[in-house]
Design a protein. Sequence first.
Length: 194
Amino acid sequence: MCNSTVVRWTITPRIAPRPWIACGGCGTLKPFQSSGKVRLNANGKRLDAWLIYKCIDCARSWNRPLFERRTLKEIDPKVLEAAHFSTPDWVRAQEFDIDGLRRHAQRIDEFGEADIDKQDVGEAALPGQIVIEFEVALPSSLRLDRLLAGELGLSRSKLQSLHEEGLLIIEPGRKEVLRRRVRSGMQVRLMQGG
Ligand SMILES: [Zn+2]
């Protein structure tokens, strides 16, 4: 750990959420995984776009509607292009749109695994203080205490007691903040050597 630094942690979740969908192949609810491919379909003057998911056991597909029965005028040209080419960044944003998925599935598996890129961005205000700023582009289900415990080599109970003693400050400060999901804009300030 460095002394008196401000570090930016960029969190990139590795695995997209998997909705549980009734699978015709398996005859039961199964988790489905995105194929990364979008299918566009023209129906007269109207367009549909689906993201194709596959059952993780039998590979039967499920078409997740992204938009349906829209006229060309109603679609942002950038969205149309992204859907047409299955542009990876755009597809990834859809895959992590958990609210969108909830419209189709009651149960959704989420995964906490993430890549964490750390970059020094300045010096902290106080000696011995480490400040961590979070950048989370795609919603991650990673809990703040799990992330900090794993990366800082501290137990979750130690983090909890540091937090109670005011040696670990988290902003914005909310109830049970250590148990919440890590989000962009969160900041952690930790006094070291305590
Ligand atoms: Zn299946």
